[in-house]
Design a protein around this ligand. Sequence first.
Ligand code: AMP
Length: 405
Amino acid sequence: MMSQHPDRAALKERDALFPPATLGVIGSGQLGRMFIHAAQRMGYRAGVLSATEETPAAQVAHWMVIGPPDHLPALRAFAERAEAVTVEFENVSAPALRWLARRRRVRPGWRTLWISQNRLREKRFLARHNVPHAPWHSVRNEAELDDAVRGLGMPLILKTAASGYDGKGQILVETADQASGAWASLGRSPCVAEGWVDFAAELSVVVARGVDGGAVCYPVALNRHERHILDTTLMPAPVGPIVAREARGLALTVAQALETVGVLTVEFFLTADGQLMVNEIAPRPHNSGHLTIEAAIASQFEQQVRALCGLALGPTDLVMPAAMVNLLGDLWALAGGEPRWDDALAVDPGVMLHLYGKRTPATGRKMGHLTVLDPDPEAALYRALAARQALVAGHRISQFLVISS
Ligand code: AMP
């Protein structure tokens, strides 16, 4: 387990909150649901601030407050019930979090969210801390757009500074004369222009950092995306020890520089010559860490609970290598209805099924995932892919990942 030693003086400030204390999560998707599962297993009472009642997290919560996350009456009702608050997505407004933080313990704090919810602030933060990242320019007017085109060359990617995820708010610019039209299609909102990175692989590292400054991280994950959405994860990534050490070291550096308390994920590009570049920071558990529920001694969600409550962080060691494949709403369309759960589980009883309780299987919507543990991580991935294929019988699912050894 890779870790950094806690600041002993700060240990005094430890403020453990024990079960059956009441915890609250802002945001109500699958990440909130899995946080609540972990909290409940440890004996906490867990509630959610949710937009509606029928959400993945609200379905399993002990209690809920219905309302938008920056609506004062909803926040007030939420603060009355939750003794400690965490978030499941980064786009919670910083003023709302600051308001809450004056009344309740909120982890991660508003500064972590403030930086990670805006790509311009995130890039400046990475540059300030000498963390390698893709070349970029800010684009807030036509002159800056021209500078970006000249400075970065082609192709480049324009990404809106605020509220982008899963490839939304991004556009590939292949020739200089497309740049102005591409920016217009993003509403001329403040953007980051990023140089194209010809990466060999995408990696991520999930870190947990406690209130005493001690931090631990999981082994490196290898991720593959389809249509900008995470499709498969394999842990530990089949990368050499130098790359693994550097990726984990950089992820810990980011967590320490942000002084975040909670779980944080750093996504990387790895180039063919072994260079790592940070692509994105997510100040929360991450889709690529879902397999830690079965594969690690303490899952990323348990770490979120422990950090929030000021408990000692758990071990991040894997009990076995593992792979995860996402189940998107597209599968329901391919299967012509409910996927064949019985076939997938009968093919391989070692396949762990997670469904998030979402009623409407839209294209690209994350409905659940499958996890498989296997001493050989590549075998875990093939088994998970085979089980997913069995869900839709004869219908072929896009391409399969082939890992060169
Ligand atoms: P993001 O939302 O920034 O994580 O981007 C989503 C996906 O788009 C990434 O996981 C990459 O597959 C791809 N991508 C984003 N930025 C770049 C880049 N600068 N060069 C190449 N591919 C990129």
